[in-house]
Design a protein around this ligand. Structure first.
Ligand code: ADE
Ligand code: ZN
Length: 263
């Protein structure tokens, strides 16, 4: 009975049902699955084979959202702050104080370096890979490169189709779910259409550049969405291209990173 209660409490925490819980999740399951599904389509043969070996035949999509659940367990509590990097309006990307326990950019760079080192055993390789495929999704999620003082939009209250929500939650999940009623493969089919030149362009840059780019999107979101905004169909329609763009960028850039590591 006790363990069932503990499980239900954990579930409530993981799904953000506990009042006042700041969610560090990003994209929600669907967005992370789409990111990994797009990345998988752009892996070289060699990279795909290496990943297959490390993950015992499971797809990166299988592990896309694992880290959001793991970060709520005591074993992986040290990764709680790895999902985001916030910058307040009186700071710049360069002057913002680094979070001591790590942020999404330092965490991505650390997993890439570890995987490239050739010094990891298979379990450690699998762990670094599971984290990396999630974190590249996170760094493209607007409210994960947002502002510090409102905990990445977690305390920025709005109304979304007559329900009280916060800006963080609607950009992680609600807009994605309202934009298209598609499976992750349908999402990937529809938005993975950049072509060779587009892919080359998107693949450029570093995690720092991508986080700065996401922060600019977050600032535009804040501008467009004052506290107390009543959001519905118009907001979903205007936000959908942004979500599609960020999911595509995340997928293409994840593939570029994985190809560089494993091929
Ligand atoms: N806590 C503080 N900033 C956050 C963010 N951007 N996302 C999730 N949780 C946070
Ligand atoms: Zn996350």
């Amino acid at each position: 009975m006790k363990s069932q209660k503990t499980f239900l409490l954990m579930l409530a925490v993981c799904t953000g049902m506990v009042a006042g819980t700041a969610k560090a999740g990003a994209w929600g399951q669907k967005g992370h699955d789409v990111t990994c599904s797009i990345a998988e389509r752009h892996l070289t043969k060699k990279a795909a084979k290496e990943i297959d070996r490390i993950l015992d035949g499971k797809s990166i999509v299988y592990w896309a959202n694992w880290m959001d659940n793991a970060s709520h367990t005591s074993e992986f509590a040290y990764t709680k702050t790895w999902h985001y990097k916030d910058i307040d309006p009186d700071e710049t990307y360069e002057t913002a104080e680094l979070c001591e326990s790590g942020d999404v950019v330092t965490a991505i760079n650390a997993q890439v370096a570890a995987l490239k080192s050739g010094e990891l055993n298979k379990d450690a390789e699998a762990l670094a890979l599971k984290m990396l495929v999630h974190l590249v999704g996170d760094v493209h999620c607007p409210m994960h490169a947002a502002r510090k003082y409102d905990k990445g939009g977690n305390t920025w209250q709005v109304q979304f189709f007559d329900k009280g929500k916060n800006l963080h939650a609607i950009w992680d999940t609600d807009i994605v779910e309202a934009a298209h009623k598609w499976t992750y493969t349908e999402w990937a089919d529809q938005i993975d259409i950049a072509g060779r030149a587009g892919i080359r362009l998107i693949s450029q840059g570093t995690p720092d550049d991508w986080c700065k780019e996401t922060h600019e999107i977050a600032e535009a979101v804040y501008e467009k969405t004052p506290v107390g905004s009543k959001l519905s169909y118009d907001y979903v329609t205007e936000s959908t291209p942004v979500v599609e763009q960020q999911l595509l960028r995340g997928g293409i850039r994840l593939a570029a990173i994985l190809n560089e590591i494993f091929d």
